[in-house]
Design a binder for this molecule. Structure first.
Ligand code: A5P
Length: 221
C-alpha cells in the first residue's frame, strides 16, 4: 500500500454513523473517499459535503449521499489533503485548486483532519508555491499588490489557457521561498482587493495523519 493510501484510509476511523462529513480534494483524500464509499455500501450512514466538483462526481459515483453547505448548520468532521504541513500543523493547500471551498468547509467543521504522506511534512512552509485565488477582473493589478509582500507569482495554466477554479476565479502560485509567519501572511493577502482566498490554513487542523519511520501516526493539537 502506498503512503497516500495508508494515511487516507486511516482517516475513516474518525467517521461515525450519522455524521456530516466534509470531503476534501486531491490524490490522498481520494483513498479516504473510496473507503467511505465501501463503508456506505456496507451500511454506514453519513452525509458528505464535497469541496470540489471533482470530489462531488467521485462521491456520487460511489453512492455517498451528498448535501450542500446550505442544507446543514455545521459539519462533524472534514477530511482533506495538504501540500505542506509544518510542525505546528499549519498548512499550505490548494495545489489542486480547491482551496476556497476547502477552507469554507474546514471552518464549518467541528473537526478538521488532514491526511498527508511524509513528503508533505516540512520544517517551514513555503517551498511549495502558495496558491492565491483571485478574481479574473483586475488580476494583473492584484498580482502587483501580492508581490509587494514578496515572492514571485505565476498565473496558473491549464491546457494552454488560464486555469479557472470551480468558483470562476484565477489562481496565482506565489513562491515566497519561506513563510516564517503564516498567520501574518494569510491576513495580509486576504486584505488585498481582488484576492478571494489563499492556501494558508492557519490554526485550523485538529489532527494530522501522516507517517513517521514508515508508521502511520496521528498528530493532535
Ligand atoms: C486541493 O486544492 C488541495 O488543497 C489538496 O488537498 C492538496 O493539493 C493535496 O493534494 P494531494 O493529496 O493530491 O497531494
Amino acid at each position: 500500500m502506498n503512503e497516500k493510501q495508508l494515511v487516507g484510509e486511516k482517516a475513516v476511523e474518525f467517521v461515525k454513523d450519522g455524521m456530516v462529513v466534509g470531503l476534501g480534494t486531491g490524490s490522498t483524500v481520494y483513498y479516504t473517499i473510496l473507503k467511505l464509499g465501501e463503508l456506505v455500501k456496507e451500511g454506514l450512514k453519513i452525509t458528505g459535503v464535497p469541496t470540489s466538483l471533482a470530489t462531488e462526481k467521485l462521491a456520487k459515483e460511489l453512492g455517498i449521499p451528498l448535501v450542500t453547505l446550505e442544507e446543514v448548520d455545521y459539519l462533524d468532521v472534514a477530511i482533506d489533503g495538504a501540500d505542506e504541513v509544518d510542525r505546528n500543523m499549519e498548512l499550505i493547500k490548494g495545489g489542486g485548486g480547491a482551496l476556497l471551498r476547502e477552507k469554507i468547509i474546514a471552518r464549518a467543521s467541528n473537526q478538521f483532519i488532514v491526511v498527508a504522506d511524509s513528503s508533505k511534512v516540512v520544517e517551514t512552509l513555503g517551498t511549495f508555491p502558495l496558491p492565491v485565488e483571485v478574481t479574473s477582473f483586475g488580476h494583473a493589478i492584484t498580482k502587483k499588490h501580492i508581490l509587494s509582500l514578496g515572492g514571485t507569482a505565476t498565473l496558473r495554466q491549464s491546457m494552454g489557457s488560464n486555469y479557472v477554479s470551480d468558483n470562476g476565479n484565477y489562481i496565482y502560485d506565489v513562491d515566497f521561498t519561506e513563510i516564517p509567519n503564516p498567520e501574518a501572511l494569510e491576513r495580509a493577502l486576504n486584505l488585498i482587493p481582488g484576492v478571494v482566498e489563499n492556501g494558508l490554513f492557519v490554526g485550523m487542523a485538529d489532527k494530522v495523519i501522516t507517517l513517521k519511520n514508515q508508521k502511520v501516526i496521528v498528530k493532535e493539537k
